[in-house]
Design a protein around this ligand. Structure first.
Ligand code: MG
Length: 257
């Protein structure tokens, strides 16, 4: 052991400031075996709106060209001053492209309080992963409702860990990591999993969904493939701006239930 230590000292040309205290050069040399240099992670750049260069920009502020109605028609929501507004009655909108595992960023805000509306009627919309699994959008600022239906809830399945909602007319940020379900022989062998941050605060932590997010009745398990991201028209003029998505491949690395 002493010979080995001596050998290291000699081969590194290291010196001790005092006996038992190795030089910085020696420590650096000893740290080398545990360093990994390849493969080098790809470099991501950001545009003026903070959209990562490896993301798909779902709304650049001027048109809904990446969106359509469920019937495949041009999306009927309004676009003005870089903001999308739900046109009540025009229907949900869906991305033209389909996605499975994703990272999703979107910013939304609810209208000024209308005191004639309460609970689920106030500022309701929603974002549906694979057009099936809803993360609730709602005015949850001083607006009681069932907790598995408040903003940030995985609708009727998982309330948010905390209420991170700020006042109406203020922009809210959702950041999500979503792992799509896997189906084998007609059964769900791996459930969808969702992590959600609301205004940077963790509100859903790798939650396993038991099926679709139904208003009435239990979740449904029906095999499906990749599908569009859907934004809900629930009759309120909720607004959206920066929205981008990054395709991921996390099925192999996510924890099995
Ligand atoms: Mg909703």
């Amino acid at each position: 052991m002493i010979r080995k230590h001596w050998f290291i000292l000699v081969t590194l040309g290291a010196t001790f400031a005092t006996w038992g205290q190795p030089s910085l050069e020696m420590l650096i040399a000893l740290s080398k075996p545990s360093e990994v240099w390849e493969p080098v992670p790809a470099t991501v750049h950001f545009n003026e709106r903070g959209v990562p260069s490896d993301a798909q920009d779902l709304f650049a502020g001027d048109s809904l060209s990446h969106w359509r109605t469920k019937a495949g028609e041009p999306a009927g929501w309004s676009v003005e001053n870089g903001v999308v507004t739900v046109v009540p009655g025009s229907g949900d909108i869906v991305t033209r492209e389909h996605y499975c595992d994703v990272q999703l960023h979107l910013e939304w805000r609810v209208p000024e309080v209308d005191t004639s509306l309460e609970g689920q009627q106030r500022g309701n919309s929603g974002v549906f992963l694979q057009s099936r699994y809803e993360v609730q959008i709602l005015d949850s600022f001083d607006n009681p409702t069932y907790v598995n239906g408040q903003a940030g809830a995985i609708y009727k399945q998982s309330p948010p860990l905390v209420n991170a909602m700020t006042a109406p007319r203020q922009w809210q940020r959702f950041d999500m990591i979503y792992a799509a379900p896997i189906f084998e022989a007609g059964a769900m062998s791996k459930p969808p999993r969702l992590t959600v941050l609301h205004n940077g605060v963790l509100i859903q932590n790798n939650v396993a969904l038991s099926g679709t997010t139904e208003w009435i009745g239990p979740p449904k398990v029906i095999p499906h493939g990749c599908d569009g991201l859907l934004l809900q028209d629930h009759g309120n003029p909720v607004q959206f701006r920066n929205m981008w998505v990054r395709r991921l491949d996390i099925a192999d690395t996510a924890d099995s239930p």
